[in-house]
Design a binder for this molecule. Structure first.
Ligand SMILES: O=C(O)C(=O)C[C@@H](O)[C@H](O)[C@H](O)COP(=O)(O)O
Length: 373
């Protein structure tokens, strides 16, 4: 189970906005002293936003630690699930911030998975035109979303369409919080970890493959190393292209189809990592059409299956609706679909010349093959 004394540390290198990522057990208890060390003003209230799944488990520890360091803390709870990434939830949190008297030197903390991180981060980015923000991820999936400063809420028609870039001051990844993750969320989280290997680091992808059982069992050393390596890839990419002018788009492997599946299912049925897993299979099949061979698609699929991730589009998804959702995505530019296409394990390219018919054919295939062995 998660635990162990080692604290792994990385830096997201963004000049004067650089920040550390700390990964290890027991970090929540250190929140107050870490805030004080970094000079977070004691007189400005902190808003601690927690996912309802973890509020009762961990928010008390964070609050206590902050209070013993002299901070005043207001708490807000957000229902678990992607549906909370909404303008309505955003407004409720702004109300909570106003009622708690947050000022321009205050901090918003996101305690939970990607949903809380994106939502609370967007509140921090907008409240009084931007205040401090701290990420405390409690899921494996959030090793991706907690790093890099993309914060957003969803629109009915498209995911993450109302948002900003707002970097956290620090990412505190307490491995003890992963003990409470349901198995389906554990599996879903590994989709983003595998993605980091597939886009950037072949040896990390192979390591994930070889250590699948240890990772799925949340064996502490494997988990700590996997999260560290995933965050490392993310940090390198974000440090080189913070605002997604070019390179950062590679982090979107699997997200063109994945976001469309999430939008079509009204952000309810598929977990984010599950949708991205299916999307990565779709991208690997596109790679075959671009001449990179069928092997890559088979290899990608085998690896995702090994982690118990879905690789087909479930029954009931309408192809026209999926295709239409893709056209509302940020990756649809100047009338063309933009896809991250793998060239080999560990290397991808960004292609703006993907024929719509190829994508439609792959979506159809992934639907037809559902239920087949
Ligand atoms: O950080 C990024 O950049 C990513 O693309 C990481 C993605 O895994 C993540 O889901 C991101 O929020 C999607 O970004 P979007 O710009 O396509 O909404």
């Amino acid at each position: 189970m998660a635990g162990g004394a080692e604290i792994r540390e990385l830096t997201v290198d963004l000049g004067e906005r650089s920040y550390p990522i700390l990964i290890g057990a027991g970090l929540l208890k250190r929140t107050g002293s870490l805030f004080a060390e970094r000079g977070f003003p004691v007189k400005s209230p902190v808003l601690l936003v927690a996912d309802s799944a973890v509020d009762g488990l961990y928010a008390g520890t964070v609050e206590e630690s902050l209070k013993s360091a002299g901070y005043s803390v207001a708490r807000a709870v957000v229902p678990s699930g992607e549906k909370s990434k909404s303008l309505a939830a955003f407004e409720e949190l702004v109300t909570a911030a106003l009622e708690a008297g947050l000022d321009r030197r205050s901090t918003v903390i996101a305690l939970g998975g990607g949903v809380v991180g994106d939502l609370a981060g967007f509140v921090a980015a907008s409240y009084m035109r931007g205040i401090r923000f701290v990420q405390m991820p409690t899921t494996i999936l959030a090793h991706d979303s907690s790093v890099g400063g993309k914060v957003a809420v969803n629109h009915r028609l498209a995911k993450n369409i109302i948002g900003a870039f707002h970097q956290p001051e620090i990412v505190l990844y307490d491995l003890d919080t992963l003990k409470s993750l349901p198995p389906r969320d554990v599996r879903s989280g590994y989709a983003e970890m595998i993605k980091h290997g597939l886009i950037w680091d072949e040896s990390f992808a192979r390591w994930c493959d070889e250590n699948a059982e240890r990772l799925l069992a949340l064996e502490p050393d494997a988990l700590g190393r996997g999260l560290y390596e995933g965050c490392r890839v993310k940090s390198i990419v974000v440090s080189r292209d913070e605002k997604e002018n070019d390179l950062r788009a590679i982090l979107n492997l699997g997200h063109t189809i994945g976001h469309a599946l999430e939008a079509v299912s009204h952000y309810g049925e598929l977990l984010h990592g599950e949708a991205i897993s299916i999307g990565m299979v779709g991208s690997a099949r596109l790679a075959a059409k671009f001449g990179y061979g069928d092997e890559l698609a088979a290899e990608t699929e085998r690896l995702l299956r090994k982690f118990g991730l879905p690789v087909r589009i479930p029954a009931g998804y309408d192809t026209d609706a999926i295709m239409s959702a893709m056209q509302h995505d940020k990756k649809f530019k100047e009338g063309s679909m933009v896809f991250v296409v793998p060239k080999r394990i560990g290397e991808v390219e960004i292609r703006g010349d993907v024929p719509v018919q190829w994508v439609r054919d792959i979506v159809e295939q992934l639907k037809e093959e559902a239920g087949k062995p």
